[in-house]
Design a protein around this ligand. Sequence first.
Ligand SMILES: NC(=O)C1=CN([C@@H]2O[C@H](COP(=O)(O)OP(=O)(O)OC[C@H]3O[C@@H](n4cnc5c(N)ncnc54)[C@H](O)[C@@H]3O)[C@@H](O)[C@H]2O)C=CC1
Ligand SMILES: NCC(=O)COP(=O)(O)O
Length: 323
Amino acid sequence: MTAAREPTMSLPRIAITAGEPAGIGPDLCVMLAQHVIDADLTIIADHSLIEARAEQIGLPLGNLNIEHVPLQTPAAPGKLDAANSSYVLQTLRRAVEGCLSGEFDAMVTAPVHKGVINDAGIAFTGHTEFLAELTNTPQVVMMLVGGGMRVALITIHMALRQVPDAITRPGLESIIRILHHDLVERFGISQPRIFVAGLNPHAGEDGYLGREEIEVITPVLEKLRGEGMNLSGPLPADTMFSQKNLTQADCFLAMYHDQGLAVLKHASFGEGVNVTLGMPIIRTSVDHGTALDLAGTGKADPGSLLTAINLAIELAANKKARL
Ligand SMILES: NC(=O)C1=CN([C@@H]2O[C@H](COP(=O)(O)OP(=O)(O)OC[C@H]3O[C@@H](n4cnc5c(N)ncnc54)[C@H](O)[C@@H]3O)[C@@H](O)[C@H]2O)C=CC1
Ligand SMILES: NCC(=O)COP(=O)(O)O
């Protein structure tokens, strides 16, 4: 909790990385101080950055707990500076280290700007891949939760041109195994029903509109169904998210980023949560980006960050209950 709350034993300890310093992440961290949250939050950020943003948007910091990681150069709202990219990555390293050591029960990330990190000469496609590397996890899965659905992805941050070649039988099998495992173990769904999209229009139209469904997706689904997994598909992606399917699926599995996330964000932008599956640590995140246009204005909506914190609390409690 960040506003007035009675001290309580065993609240989940959650690290929050403030993200890109020129974006809305620092504003959202300040906004957390205005809410009562049943967790011990540690904001990992430059202390003076958060203080300055609080002053800018006219909100008190209260007893917000901030662990200081110094900026490389002063940050102005809305003005990206590649010099601060190493700071952004350092906040992530610190949170991961704390989660791995047991100091934190989970980490929640505010948005980073992928482009400016690359401008600094650091190859970076997203938190998901960076955290996989830091935790030595060979395969992670991105799943978003919102709008009454869960949507996981086979391919994440890659050019559309590269997608078909990146969908392989071993990769698909490994992702479905992780997804199934985490839906059971982390989300407590005993028999998850996973609806799997095809890659091509009409799921390939029997091979006339592409052969990935026949050659890659169907053989993997048949193999895993043989092990007892409840898998539907490959389904035409244009109708996969029908209202009827929303009531029946525990999770949709999309072949590429915008096939799944455009639908989810249409239904829930600003209230959705991004969760990384397959890692030894719990990580949730906002569903939006750095919104440079809103940084320092006080107009950013903290809804997604609050929902991400609540999901982290729930997943940490589920994990504790299983120990
Ligand atoms: N979790 C993360 O670190 C994510 C980072 N990004 C990064 O963010 C950067 C900017 O991405 P964009 O595509 O421009 O998306 P964006 O989400 O930053 O902005 C899209 C639109 O939504 C509005 N918006 C976003 N968050 C809002 C909030 N909390 N309250 C009110 N309005 C909000 C913005 O003002 C803008 O009009 C990119 O570098 C992208 O890679 C994008 C998504 C997730
Ligand atoms: N569209 C989701 C997104 O870009 C966030 O990715 P990540 O930084 O959480 O890997």
